[in-house]
Design a protein around this ligand. Sequence first.
Ligand SMILES: [Zn+2]
Length: 276
Amino acid sequence: MDSAWREIGAGVLVRRYAALDQTLGLVIGGERCLVVDTGRDEVHGAELAAAVSTVTPLPWTAMITHSHWDHFFGTASFLPCAVWAHERCRDVIADHAEEMRDRGLRYYEHSGDATSAAALRTARAVLPPNVFTDRVVIDLGGRSVTLTHLGRGHTDNDVVVEVAKEAVVFAGDLVEQGAPPVIGTDAFPAAWPGTLDRLLGMDPEVVVPGHGEPVDAAFVRTQRDELEVVADLVRAVAVGELSEAEAVRRSPYPDDATLPALRQAQAIQPGQPTTP
Ligand SMILES: [Zn+2]
């Protein structure tokens, strides 16, 4: 594969992949380790599991940052183990796994990657057995990590992993480096900046995005402000103050990153909650 582990804090590692520019994580404790996201299919999951075994013999617990196909279709390769996710992440996998799979297949159709498409087609959709609503602390033996749902943003079930002593936060796709954040039909642009405010309130020194290079708090603050601009444009289009074309022109992101958010404007306005 095209990847290698990189240690960004004591016992905190990231693994980057060329495919999807995806970034997966590992936190090693005294008795267990935590795998951050299980990958995009079972072949990818098995590669990641084998890679974890090269750096630690400890048993793993897995977690899923949110309910998008590239973050959970590798879960079967890690079983048996605890798999943590937000309760709505499990609901989405239970009710919409095939829709999520289709999104991935459409992506591969576009990119012409038949091998990955075949792997995704046969990947099992595993329901995470361990779910929570707001927050859960996971004891890894001599070190604990906190999984927190900070509110809606990229989806309604984004979870961040805080490794407090190392000031590292794994942000899932709430933060994206190297490309604009994905504001899809299941995103909540109006709530997203507030969710990132709460992430910044954790005072992280390193924030690991779901795709791209680890970043610092200043990067997250900038992306938060850009997302607020997008949220304002969505609002303005929804109430008829602004044309779609004008909103696209004013957006900090390219057309193909902005249009999906604008086109679901009616669906998310008004009354969208801005807190969890
Ligand atoms: Zn995502």
